[in-house]
Design a protein around this ligand. Structure first.
Ligand code: ADP
Ligand code: MG
Length: 214
């Protein structure tokens, strides 16, 4: 019995587990094998970097891990739940609850200000009024407490990515997936953003980072 309990605890420590996963894009006659038989385990609380040349399937992998896309073949366990068995609605719910995304090009809504952009994912999930107090707190955490009413175009690239990071936190996800988040930033801003991610990892977030930064 004790042994059984122990196994359960160990199993819970793995947050992402993919096995023999492939993704093939079919473009008419042509097939693009973006991922070919990949296996990967990421324990809870880990901070993992995925590196590789352009076109090697990094974004494809991250999109599948983030439940934005499905594999062609293979298994994917997210926090012990088998993702391929879920329908689109269950997948969206799981994504909204547990995953935060950060993008290279920030993907902010230009006509919304900082707090509105940050509170967007939370407003999708709860389908209720936007939680601006929470968004202001998050703006403070990423160092934008004095920019809450600015719109994206009134901010520098680094500040926009801080908004992107704050937005990724708005559902209080356990996992953060970042796809080249510093790809458009200079080296000083890059280290500031990486410091912010490091800090989130110290606070317990599991992070998978696609990057070119050694
Ligand atoms: P990376 O992020 O490492 O640059 P991607 O995952 O974006 O690589 O792409 C991997 C391969 O899959 C590339 O050859 C790309 O052209 C192809 N690819 C990516 N997305 C699609 C898609 N939606 N349809 C067809 N081919 C795609
Ligand atoms: Mg990419």
């Amino acid at each position: 019995f004790r042994f059984g309990v122990r196994i359960e605890i160990l199993a819970m420590k793995i947050s992402f587990r993919i096995s023999n996963l492939s993704k093939v894009y079919e473009m008419g006659e042509e097939k693009v094998i973006a991922l070919d038989n990949i296996s990967l385990e990421v324990p809870e609380g880990d901070y993992v970097a995925i590196m590789g040349p352009s076109g090697s399937g990094k974004s494809t992998l991250l999109n599948i891990l983030g439940c934005l896309d499905r594999p062609t073949k293979g298994n994917y366990l997210l926090s012990g739940e088998s993702v391929e068995k879920m329908n689109d609605q269950e997948l969206s719910a799981l994504r909204a609850k547990s995953i935060g995304f950060i993008f290279q090009s920030y993907n902010l809504i230009p006509y919304l200000n900082v707090v509105e952009n940050i509170s967007l994912p939370a407003s999708y999930e709860k389908k209720s009024s936007l939680d601006f107090a929470r968004a202001e707190e998050l703006a403070e955490i990423v160092g934008l407490g004095d920019r809450v009413s600015h719109r994206p175009l009134q901010l520098s690239g680094g500040q926009q990515q801080r908004v992107g990071i704050a937005r990724s936190l708005s559902n209080d996800p356990s996992f953060i997936l970042a796809d080249e988040p510093t790809g458009n930033l200079d080296s000083k801003t890059t280290s500031e953003i990486l410091e912010l991610l490091e800090d989130l990892n110290q606070k317990g977030k599991t992070i998978i980072l696609v990057t070119h930064e050694e």
